[in-house]
Design a protein around this ligand. Sequence first.
Ligand code: PMP
Length: 385
Amino acid sequence: MKEHLNAAMYTAKRSAIREFTALAKATPGCLGLTLGEPDFDTPAPVKAALIEALERGETHYINNSGVLPLREKIAAFERREHGLSYAPEEITVTAGATEALFTALFGVLNPGDEVIIPTPAFVLYEEIVKLCRGVPVLLDTAPAGFQIDGDALAALLTPRTKAIILNTPNNPTGCVYTKQSLESVRAAVKGKRIFVICDDVYRALVYGPGYHSFAEYTDLREQLIVAQSFSKPYAMTGWRMGWLMAPAAVTEHLALLHQYMITSTPAPFQRAAIAALDVDVSGMVNTFRARRDFVLRRLREIGLDFSEPLGAFYVFPSIQKYGLPSAEFCRRMIREAGLAATPGYCFGGEGHIRLSYSYADEVLHEAMLRLERFIQTLERENHGH
Ligand code: PMP
């Protein structure tokens, strides 16, 4: 019966991020810069709020979209911190941004509909689109320094284009879309029946001025769907909490899909999520900024080229000059230098590796030494030829 499953199941690939993390774990003494999650503990007030909710007995069925106080809190937070105006009825509390993205894509796609995915991109998008019987259409942003080129985007539009997914700051590049990139997208979708799905889960982790989300284009509000997450800003990756925002008429349908899939996110987590939105994350952001500055300085010393990451906790240096495919580069680096990174091909960014700097300073120091030695080995080899 194995071959008798929903045919879309056979298109889903295993995550190579997990594969390289497992390879690193199986190699004694190997350091890994492969994971995309904060190394901090979930803030104490969030944990305390969960315990309190449990003790108060908040363990029963709740509103499918999340308890009203949480949706009100999110609405106020979005307005105050990000200038986005969504009513509680336009917010669905989801199992992380992952479920928000799945709900959004399943909710908008008919079989054969095309979704434009600027690459390099988080692996999830392509897989979800295929599971929903849509067609991923990849827009390679590497030639434009990981920005969106209006002509390249326009060339991909067809009558079947249903959505475009924007992720800024970006996983895996750490790059933030310029106003010009956002304007290119706006020009491409304005007046057309194309959704823009904004995955802005790293928007709290930005290290300079000039960050804008496409969600700020309120005149295109009817076309916007926003996926958000508690995972990254509050070190809550294991809690599986996020939210989805869309105009009321769209939310009405997406919320039903969410209801049939998971009923609701866990009842006691609602209070914890409310507490999270009061947490000041500036200390964590400063720590990430310092780590980023250190890693970028070392990469320059080592001689690796990269597009400046302005957000998230990734940098995506080019390894093109060493002439190795990214998977082989990463396998050799684990074996010969005891350092794991994620190969760029996983994200549709061959010729690069993703380094995550969400690790302690000592780990990053040692990792950069190992990277330096490995690069020196490759340079000696290349000169020998
Ligand atoms: N979007 C991006 C760009 C991500 O990097 C991740 C997590 N790695 C997610 C969404 C999913 O986050 P969550 O834990 O909220 O499901």
